[in-house]
Design a protein around this ligand. Sequence first.
Ligand code: ADP
Length: 452
Amino acid sequence: MSSMLPRVLAALATGAAGAAFGYVAGALRGWPLLGAVVGASLGVVLSVGRDALRGRRLLKWLRGAQDTPAPRDTGFWGELGYRVEKALRQRERDIVFERRRLDQFLSAMEASPNGVLLIDAQEQIDWCNSIAAHHFDLHPDRDRRQRVTNLVRAPAFKAYLTEERFEEPVLFTAPDGRTLLSVLVRPYGEGLKLVLSQDITERERSDAMRRDFVANVSHEIRTPLTVLAGFVETMDTLPLNETERRRVLALMAQQTDRMQTLVSDLLTLAQLEGSPRPAADRWVPLVGLMRRAETDARSLSVGRHQIEVLAPPPLEIAGSETELLSAVGNLLSNAVRYTPDGGRIDVRWLPQASGGGVLEVVDTGPGVAREHLPRLTERFYRVDGSRSRETGGTGLGLSIVKHVMQRHGGSIEIESEPGKGSRFMLAFPGARLRRVRELRPVNEVPDAATRL
Ligand code: ADP
C-alpha cells in the first residue's frame, strides 16, 4: 500500500495540473469545464502511462540475462530495480564463492594419494579423483551417474557394498588384473558413501618377501642346528674313541662355520639396507681392490684353478672399500666355488665409451640356464642348492653384490649359458670414477698389459 500511495498521488497531481491547464485553454474557446475534464484525463493517462513504461523496462531487464545494470529510474520502479539488482549481485557473489570453495575441496581430494570415489544412495557415481579412476578403470565424466557395481565387478567389492560391514577394508584385484587394492567405505549424509582405495601391491609384495625371508633364514639356521644337536647327542650317549671324537668335532665346526657365514651375510645385507649411501668423496684404488680380491680367490682355490687378473688402469672408485671388496670378493668366490678344478677364471676392467667402466669376472664353470638369470640376485635363490651349501654358500652373495652396486650408482649384469661358463659384470658410472691423482713409482702402477 505504501508503494501505491505516492504513485496515486502523482497521478492525481498530474490530473489536477492537466485539469487546470485544460480549464484555462478551454476558457479561451468558451468551454472551460470540458477543457478541465479533458486536461485532467490526459494528465492521469500520462502519469499512468509513464509508470507502466518504467515497469515494462524493469520487467524486460529481469527477463534478460541481467548482465547490464538495472534501469536507473526514480521512485517505485527505480528502487525496485536497484534492490532486485543488489540481491542478484549478492547471489552471484555467493555462487562464485561457493564454487571456488567446491573447486578447492575437489582439488584437495584430487591431491589425495588415495583413490576417492563418491557414490549416492543408489550407488551411482557422483565424482571420483583420477587415482580412483585409475584404480577402478573409470572415466571421471563419462561414467558419472553410472551404477558403480556395473563398472567395478569384483565380487568381493559387490558383497562388501551389499553387506555394509564397513569397519574393515576389503581387498581385491583391480580391473587391470595386476594391482591389489584395499578399499574402505565410509557412509555419510543420507545414504551417500565415500569410497577410499589404496594400491597395496608393493606393500603386499614386500610383506610376502619378508615372510619368505624369515622362513628362509629359519630354514637355513635350523638345518645346521639339527645336525649340531645330533652330534651333541652322539657325544653325550656314545663312548667315542679319540679319532671318532675328532671327526665329530670337525663336522660340528663345519656346521658352526656355516651358521657364522650365514649370520655374517645377513648382517652385511642388513647393514647395506639400513645405512646411508656410501660417500662419493672416498676414493678406493681399483688396483688394490682387485689385488685383494685376487689374493682371497687364490687362497680359496688353493691352486685348483687358473686365475688370471689383468691389471686395471690407474683408476679410483668413489665409495666404500669394504662394500666394493665384498662385491668383487663374492663374484670371485662364486667363480672359484662353482668352477670345477682345472677351470679358468679371468678378471679384467673394461673402460666404457660413456666414461664408466665394467669389472668382469669370467669363468669356465657349469654356467646358468637363461630362465634362472633374472632371479640369481634374489635372496636365497640358488640354481643348485646342494652344490651351493656343499661349498659354503648362503644364497645371499649375489644379492649383496646387487645392493652394493645400487648403492654405488652401478649395476650387476650376468651372461651365462649352461656348459659354457659365466660372465658377471659390475658396471660403474663415470661419475664414480677418476684417474689416480698422486704420482706413484712406476712399478706400483702397472701397465694395463701386465698381470698383477
Ligand atoms: P651362493 O651362496 O649359493 O653361491 P649367490 O647369491 O652367490 O649364492 O649365488 C646364487 C646362485 O647363483 C648360486 O647358488 C648358484 O646357483 C648361481 N651362481 C652364482 N655364481 C655362479 C657361477 N660363477 N657359476 C655358476 N653358477 C653360479
